[in-house]
Ligand binder design. Structure first.
Ligand SMILES: NC(=O)c1ccc[n+]([C@@H]2O[C@H](COP(=O)([O-])OP(=O)(O)OC[C@H]3O[C@@H](n4cnc5c(N)ncnc54)[C@H](OP(=O)(O)O)[C@@H]3O)[C@@H](O)[C@H]2O)c1
Length: 254
């Protein structure tokens, strides 16, 4: 890795990704390209100040993926780490009422585009013995809620993909990270009760209890660990492993 690690973060414009972008620039002196659909004021400002390069747009579109790839080659001249934080909770709906196009859309964003990104950047990452970090979710296996079949099943597939890719590749290391329940737009809707009648009442009540009891975490905790992982500042364990952020780095607040 060069003095200034070269990093692409897809989904780095908001939520946990926005914080990762901020840490990479501020704490780790990284050269960063952010690809994201919408972007926070902070990421917008970093782009205006020339501290990052921003590729705005929908990563499910080939044109946007091509623009991103060109930006990486032209502006970074190589890549040390690919960080994938993009993800959608998707349509919260019971299977009996599910519109199949919504199920496909969740798999596109949560699984198929991440797979395509890994495939696209493997040649560059092999040259640098780089790494890939992907945010999965404990909804892949540990937890389940009514109406969450698009999210749970696409994240389950993503976790297995990370494990297999880590097993396949010797020259590139890949790590999956589970964030905690983190205060981002994704979680605000759950607490608001917007999905009543789709999720079970006791499930919504549990999210609301966790909110009242201060158990919803700030995005900085997971972001701190992912940023350290991206610049190899923390021991990551075996390639292909998918672990909680606080297991990877108990010093996640530091
Ligand atoms: N928050 C949690 O409690 C939690 C828990 C476990 C796992 N996770 C996972 O952690 C990751 C980040 O979640 P978050 O809470 O930070 O969610 P978030 O705030 O919604 O961030 C997700 C990011 O993905 C981007 N994105 C979605 N669709 C995209 C597309 N088609 N093209 C480009 N970018 C796209 C979003 O852009 P837009 O904002 O423009 O849509 C956003 O920047 C996700 O993979 C999520 O599944 C989150």
């Amino acid at each position: 890795m060069t003095d200034q690690p070269r990093i692409l973060i897809v989904g780095g414009g908001s939520g946990i990704g926005d914080c990762i972008t901020d840490f990479l620039v501020r704490k780790h002196n990284a050269k960063v390209i952010v690809q994201s659909l919408h972007v926070s004021d902070r990421v917008e400002r970093l782009a205006r100040q020339g501290q990052i390069i921003l590729v705005h747009g929908d990563a499910t579109k080939t044109k946007v993926l091509d623009q991103t790839f060109n930006a990486v080659q032209e502006s970074l001249g190589g890549l040390d780490a690919l960080v994938i934080t993009m993800g959608v909770i998707g349509e919260i709906e019971t299977v009996s009422r599910m519109d199949m196009s919504k199920m496909r859309a969740a798999f596109e964003v949560n699984l198929l585009v991440p797979v395509q990104l890994c495939q696209q950047y493997l040649p560059l990452l092999k040259k640098t013995h780089g790494r890939i970090i992907v945010l999965s979710s404990a909804a892949d296996n540990e937890v389940k809620y009514a109406g969450w079949s698009p999210y749970c099943s696409s994240k389950a597939a993503l976790t297995r993909f990370i494990q297999v890719l880590g097993h396949e590749e010797d020259d590139v290391r890949i790590f999956g990270v589970y964030p905690g329940l983190t205060r981002t737009p994704m979680v605000t809707d759950l607490v608001s009760g917007r999905f009543r009648g789709k999720m079970k009442d006791d499930e919504i009540a549990e999210f609301q209890r966790r909110d009242r009891d201060g158990e919803i975490e700030p995005p900085e905790w997971t972001a701190n660990v992912v940023a350290k992982l991206a610049v190899s500042a923390v021991h990551a364990g075996d390639s292909g492993s998918v672990r909680w952020y606080h297991e990877i780095d108990p010093n996640y607040k530091g």
